[in-house]
Design a protein around this ligand. Structure first.
Ligand SMILES: [Zn+2]
Length: 238
């Protein structure tokens, strides 16, 4: 395993992020995406669930929550400069690594053809034990989709019939990883990352406290390097 190091964001390439919930990318990788986009990368986001369990309001209804959270995700993506967002609308908290989910992930990988893919670390999640099962499941399904399914034309051959070609993803950047080896200095993008997170108003009770805790967290992640950071395990293609 390489020793932990500060690395540059992926520049300027086609990026795709696959996340379980509407606010996951803000939490784990938005600071890095902002810098990549500023340097000319394009980034697209595939959200597996619309976070329909994300409310403690006793009157809340899942269909209403998911509609609100999708609107928040679009507003946040707009602020981040994300070019496209697609919602797969699997049930929050109940995602399984099924043929159907893998087919959806492969479809969008073949459609968007990313050089670099961001997703959850399924094998060494952070936190190690009480991690969200959707995070682990989505990360695992995303890696299954990258290799070998999206690459091989005879996997999901209906895509070829629909005009899509197979696609080999390059590097994979795993976030929410307990064995992260690659740290991106997000000093230049931390304010914008937090501003994007604050677009998720249904998930925000105290914006000032959130801003404070997110600045503290970024500084803790990058403490070894003296910078606020996001952390990744990067699977290099070569
Ligand atoms: Zn999540």
């Amino acid at each position: 395993m390489p020793s932990p190091a500060v690395v540059a964001p992926p520049l300027p390439v086609s990026i795709m992020a696959i996340a379980a919930h509407p606010d996951d990318i803000e939490f784990w990788c938005a600071g890095t995406l902002i810098q990549a986009i500023a340097a000319g990368a394009s980034a697209r986001l595939l959200l597996v669930t619309s976070g329909d369990k994300g409310s403690s309001d006793p009157a809340a209804i899942s269909t209403v929550i998911s509609r609100q959270r999708e609107a928040e995700a679009l507003a946040a993506a707009d602020l981040l400069g994300i070019a496209d967002v697609k919602f797969l609308r699997y049930p929050d908290g109940e995602v399984e690594n099924t043929h159907a989910l893998r087919g959806d992930l492969v479809y969008w990988i073949r459609q968007w053809r990313p050089a670099v893919l961001f997703t959850h670390d399924p094998e060494h999640p952070l936190p190690a034990y009480l991690s969200h099962r959707d995070h682990r499941t989505v990360g695992r399904a995303a890696l299954d989709a990258v290799y070998p399914l999206a690459r091989d034309r005879l996997s999901f051959p209906e895509h070829e019939a629909a005009g899509l070609k197979p696609h080999a993803v390059g590097d994979v950047w795993l976030f929410a990883s307990s064995v992260a080896d690659s740290f991106v200095d997000i000093n230049a993008s931390l304010d914008q990352k937090i501003a994007a997170r604050l677009k998720h108003t249904s998930q925000t009770s105290d914006p000032a406290a959130l801003r404070e805790s997110w600045m503290t967290r970024a500084n803790e992640i990058g403490a070894a390097f003296g910078v606020p950071a996001e952390a990744f395990t990067v699977l290099r293609h070569h």
